[in-house]
Design a binder for this molecule. Structure first.
Ligand SMILES: Cc1ncc(C[n+]2csc(CCOP(=O)(O)OP(=O)(O)O)c2C)c(N)n1
Ligand SMILES: [Mg+2]
Length: 357
């Protein structure tokens, strides 16, 4: 057992060190070479997508969005442990898990361009719409997993929160409900060291954020979020517990936000560039790349090729997104109530007259 209900030691789980060496062979999770390489490819694809979207935002071709730069290891490790029938109640910073679970990239871009139609998931893709009010997704995940429990279905709900989000009341309330109802829920903290400009050290006096699970009676663990294998091993165990009727768990994944909070933020105003550069040296993508190269699964040439292919995929998704940008006037009114209320009907008629539609 990696996760414990009262883990006084509070050690951070590491399986792969910063040089890509497996330092904890006994608990290295079983993954095929293909799974590891595919994971790397998805992480790089998301990295390229974030970088391109930042450029497009600066050119006025994209609206505000929160990049996942530096958090690819967490998000991919979680995706590996998710089964198709499992639910994801995401926070706004979850791009790799979205891609891996099947939210089309062009629709993700559409959503971040302000068009809600981007949130319409393809049939069978169990991702809730992006949640901006912090911590509310924790309760949604408890609701979903409680429903699965009542219906006796093997469906687990996973949900993300940031380090800052763990200071919200709803973070505790959801965990408390989940444990009391013994729901199959996996709570994941993406600790990227910052809540906008507030550093982790100013966020909470708790030694770890994972220990916040103790109060609710949850098995919990802190893992190195730059280490995809540690994240996967921990989340897989949490999923197994949930699926076996043993209830919810809490996992804190520690990484670093390489980029701005969102495109509306400028981290140079509150942190040293050197801090980011140090964090980049031990980040999730360089680390996995070192592992792949050491194990002769990957070459620098393949890496150059992958970046080229990823850019082409991202550019194609952007083009596709541009064809879907148009908003229908009816859609502005259509989705609040099952049927239009008399008030909304008259407002729609007025809007149609105003816009000559
Ligand atoms: C309930 C609520 N309060 C405040 C905000 C404004 N807000 C958006 S993101 C953010 C910081 C979030 O930090 P963290 O939880 O660490 O997540 P991260 O952005 O680092 O992924 C705040 C305060 C919000 N979206 N919802
Ligand atoms: Mg944060």
């Amino acid at each position: 057992m990696l996760l414990k209900e009262y883990n006084v030691k509070e050690e951070k789980l590491v399986i792969m060190d910063a040089e890509g060496n497996i330092v904890n062979k006994k608990i290295m999770p079983k993954l095929s070479q293909k799974q590891i390489m595919d994971s790397y490819k998805t992480m790089v694809l998301s990295r390229v997508q974030d970088e391109r979207m930042l450029q497009w935002q600066r050119q006025g071709r994209m609206l505000t969005f929160p990049p996942s730069l530096g958090q690819e290891g967490i998000q991919m490790g979680v995706a590996l442990a998710l089964r198709k029938q499992d639910w994801l109640a995401p926070a706004f910073r979850s791009n790799v898990t979205w891609l891996a679970k099947g939210w089309p990239m062009s629709d993700i871009m559409l959503f971040w361009n302000g068009n809600e139609m981007g949130s319409r998931m393809p049939e069978g893709v169990r991702i809730l719409p992006v949640n901006v009010p912090i911590a509310t997704q924790f309760s949604h995940a408890v609701g979903l997993s409680y429903a699965a429990k009542v219906k006796k279905l093997d469906e687990v709900a996973m949900t993300f929160i940031g380090d800052g989000g763990t200071s919200e009341g709803e973070f505790y309330e959801a965990m408390n409900f989940a444990k009391n109802l013994n729901t199959p829920t996996v709570f994941i903290i993406q600790n990227n060291q910052y809540a906008i400009s507030t550093h982790r050290s100013k966020q909470s006096a708790a030694k770890t954020l994972s220990q916040k699970g103790i109060a609710a009676g949850l098995p919990h663990l802190q893992v190195d979020g730059n280490d995809i294998f540690a994240v996967y091993a921990a989340v897989l165990e949490a999923r197994k517990l949930a699926s076996a009727g043993k209830g919810p768990s809490l996992i804190e994944c520690v990484a670093y936000r390489f980029g701005p909070h969102t495109t509306a933020d400028n981290p140079d105003l509150y942190r040293e560039k050197s801090e980011e550069l140090e964090a980049r040296k031990i980040g999730p993508i360089v680390r996995l790349k070192k592992y792949l190269i050491k194990n002769k699964l990957w070459t620098e040439e393949q890496d150059v090729e992958l970046h080229k292919e990823s850019k082409a995929t991202v550019n194609a998704a952007f083009k596709e997104m541009q064809t879907k940008l148009d908003v229908k006037l009816d859609d502005v009114f259509n989705y609040t109530f099952e049927k239009l209320t008399p008030n909304l009907k008259s407002q729609l008629a007025e809007a149609k007259k105003l816009f000559n539609k």
